[in-house]
Design a protein around this ligand. Structure first.
Ligand code: NAP
Ligand code: ZN
Ligand code: ZN
Length: 354
């Protein structure tokens, strides 16, 4: 197969784990038959972008262009594209492709593709060019139409960008484990994922308790939908909830004590980890074997469920609470994210890259 023709587009990239992101020019393929070319208007800033830029997961390929909460307008389509046309408002999340033939892909769970994350929006492999995929901190991107999502017309586009990762990553486990009325649900960490977890758990009818290490976020957490707020560094507040939760969603990006949360689960309660800290987290056997508790994980969501989530957000008017930044503020934004100083998602105005 001949390599497709490429065009240049402006981006921000990291040259190594220890250097800041700087302006760059990158190559994208010209749209092939089933491709959609998108002018990126906004891109959310996920903590995964920081983990990846700094090689905290030990698979970063440099130069690295993070960004997988992408929204924009369609500027061109290949001749075989049937679902989108020039001018449509669309989104791209953490996946730009998958093998499409394994049992997971065939049921729309592309995030669990047997070929792994080779279809990742960044850090995967651009199968037409054989180069590492480059993410949304850029002016444009080309994606096969099956991995492009329709954005609900009624939502503020910048505030909807974080739905493409923070949204689906919290929606999917809450749906999979059927969180709903009559259940007591904990969300750990009020960052990008956590604040979406609070909104969804509340929208699904659960009694929502937010766990935070930042007492100053308590009032916001209630406004976002939490019925109760627990400062997790306060042992007495934690003890008051022992053995009482049906479900806990842990979104923490750094080292922390999981066992303190296992002890808050009821018999057969489940703690689902979506946070992806750099280092392994110790699990105390007794915290799980007493009361037959479960410990699970969950990765983003597949394409059908991501569209379902976007449509749900359109119907229920759910978006992220965002702070807009310019592209050249990204390195400061990362430092603030490490201090848990985000309310509650940074979104890059891509016009600032022009
Ligand atoms: P974020 O906005 O930085 O939020 C993380 C929150 O965790 C912080 O706001 C803070 O909340 C809490 N936290 C931070 N350091 C802590 C510590 N040392 N101890 C206890 N709590 C701490 O990050 P994010 O974008 O939501 O991402 C969260 C994690 O999920 C990251 O590891 C990311 O890579 C991962 N992720 C996973 C998936 C998936 O598919 N599973 C998808 C996207 C992201 P408080 O101030 O309220 O304590
Ligand atoms: Zn993400
Ligand atoms: Zn597959």
């Amino acid at each position: 197969m001949p390599k497709p023709i490429c065009y240049s587009t402006k981006a921000f990239s990291a040259a190594s784990a220890t250097t800041p992101l700087t302006p760059a020019v990158i190559e994208r393929r010209q749209p092939l038959a089933d491709d959609v070319q998108i002018q990126i208007l906004y891109c959310g800033v996920c903590h995964s972008d920081l983990h990846y830029a700094r090689n905290e997961w030990h698979f970063t390929q440099y130069p690295a262009v993070p960004g997988h909460e992408i929204v924009g307008n369609v500027t061109a389509v290949g001749p075989g594209v049937t679902k989108f046309k020039v001018g449509d408002t669309v989104g791209v999340g953490c996946l730009v492709d998958s093998c499409r033939t394994c049992p997971n892909c065939r049921v729309g769970l592309e995030q669990y593709c047997d070929a792994g994350m080779s279809g990742g929006t960044y850090g995967g492999t651009e199968k037409h060019l054989g180069t590492p995929t480059l993410g949304g901190y850029s002016q444009s991107i080309v994606v096969t139409e099956d991995f492009v999502l329709r954005m609900p017309a009624n939502l503020n586009l910048a505030a909807a960008a974080p739905l493409l990762c923070a949204g689906i990553t919290t929606y999917s486990p809450l749906r999979h484990w059927k969180v709903g009325p009559g259940q007591k649900v904990g969300i750990v960490g009020l960052g990008g994922l956590g604040h979406m977890g609070v909104k969804f758990a509340r929208a699904f009818g659960a009694h929502v308790v937010l766990f935070t290490t930042s007492p100053g976020k308590a009032a916001d957490a209630r406004k976002l939908g939490a019925h109760e707020v627990v400062v997790s560094t306060d042992a007495a507040q934690m003890a008051a909830h022992a053995g009482s939760f049906d479900f806990i969603l842990d979104t923490v990006s750094a080292d922390h004590d999981l066992n303190a949360y296992f002890n808050l689960l009821k018999r057969e309660g489940n703690l689902v980890l979506v946070g992806a800290p750099e280092k392994p987290l110790p699990v105390a056997s007794f915290a799980l074997i007493f009361r037959r508790r479960s410990f699970s994980g969950s990765l983003i969501g597949g394409l059908p469920e991501t569209q379902e989530m976007l449509d749900f957000c359109g119907t229920h008017n759910i978006t992220s609470d965002i702070e807009m930044i310019r592209m050249d503020q990204i390195n400061d934004a990362y430092e603030r994210m490490l201090k848990s100083d985000v309310k509650y998602r940074f979104v890059i105005d891509m016009a600032s890259l022009a």
